[in-house]
Design a protein around this ligand. Structure first.
Ligand code: ATP
Ligand code: MG
Length: 235
């Protein structure tokens, strides 16, 4: 395959995926026959009411959950064909996760949290140091490398989480309501920072949100309704 062709391949391809959860006697179609491509450089927001299926979709894309039907492709690889070990490798190397609740390790410093995934990879110490210091600078945390989570604001903690997600140079960063726990000013600056990473470094983002400001910043708005894609628009 030529490079030109390879470049046109989506980073994520969802082909007719569905996920049904059992709630007591009721079946909930959290994701209902969704097909979607995410391409290199996308800065896309999944929007939709509570319960519409945004988190379920992100979990399926990130290989944290498995669809009942259809397939999820990352980098042209069907996740269903991978062994547990290979799937773990794809999650570790190709996908960055950012959660609403930051999920930092409380006893570790900003530096150690950001370095965490690199510690699991076979990377030389000097390179690791250089990369971690650079991403902490890129997310605006220069000088705060030795702070622990309880010594940082919510916005600063989320910046550490974003640093941790991008330090491995993933194909895509999946962020589930990354600004839900911070005030609107902090949400704005987090969004501007993520938009700059997208613009300047070409990092691909897919995030879910209820936040109008986040939607305004997105370059692509994907509306989710009752487990289906109701609308998908690039600005
Ligand atoms: N593990 C689960 N077990 C049972 N039902 C679930 C599970 N996860 C999600 N659901 C159901 O699937 C539907 C979609 O949930 P999901 O969390 O994906 O929505 P969401 O769009 O992320 O909502 P919110 O905006 O509130 O975060 C909901 O009806 C929810 O109750
Ligand atoms: Mg959700």
């Amino acid at each position: 395959m030529s490079d030109a062709l390879a470049k046109d391949q989506p980073i994520v391809r969802l082909s007719h995926i569905s996920k049904t959860y059992q709630q007591g006697k009721v079946q909930v179609h959290a994701v209902n026959d969704v097909s979607l491509d995410i391409t290199q450089g996308d800065f896309a927001a999944l929007c939709g009411p509570s319960g519409s299926g945004k988190t379920s979709l992100l979990n399926l894309i990130g290989g944290l959950d498995v669809p009942d039907a259809g397939s999820v492709w990352i980098d042209n690889v069907n996740l269903a064909t991978l062994s547990h070990a290979k799937l773990a490798e794809v999650r570790k190397n190709r996908i960055g996760f950012v959660f609403q609740a930051y999920n930092l390790i409380p006893v570790m410093t900003a530096y150690e949290n950001a370095a965490f995934v690199l510690d699991l990879q076979d990377i030389d110490e000097a390179e690791k140091y250089q990369r971690v210091m650079q991403v902490l600078k890129d997310v605006g945390l220069e000088g705060l490398e030795q702070r622990r989570p309880d010594e940082m604001s919510g916005g600063q903690q989320q910046r550490v989480a974003i640093a941790r997600a991008i330090v491995t140079r993933p194909a895509i960063v999946l962020a589930d309501e990354p600004t839900a726990n911070v005030d609107s000013e902090t949400a704005k600056s987090l969004l501007n920072m993520m938009a700059a990473l997208n613009e300047q470094q070409g990092i691909t983002f897919l995030f879910s949100t209820h936040d109008q400001h986040v939607m305004d910043k997105a370059k692509r708005i994907i509306q989710v309704h009752d487990g289906k894609i109701a609308d998908d628009e690039r600005k």
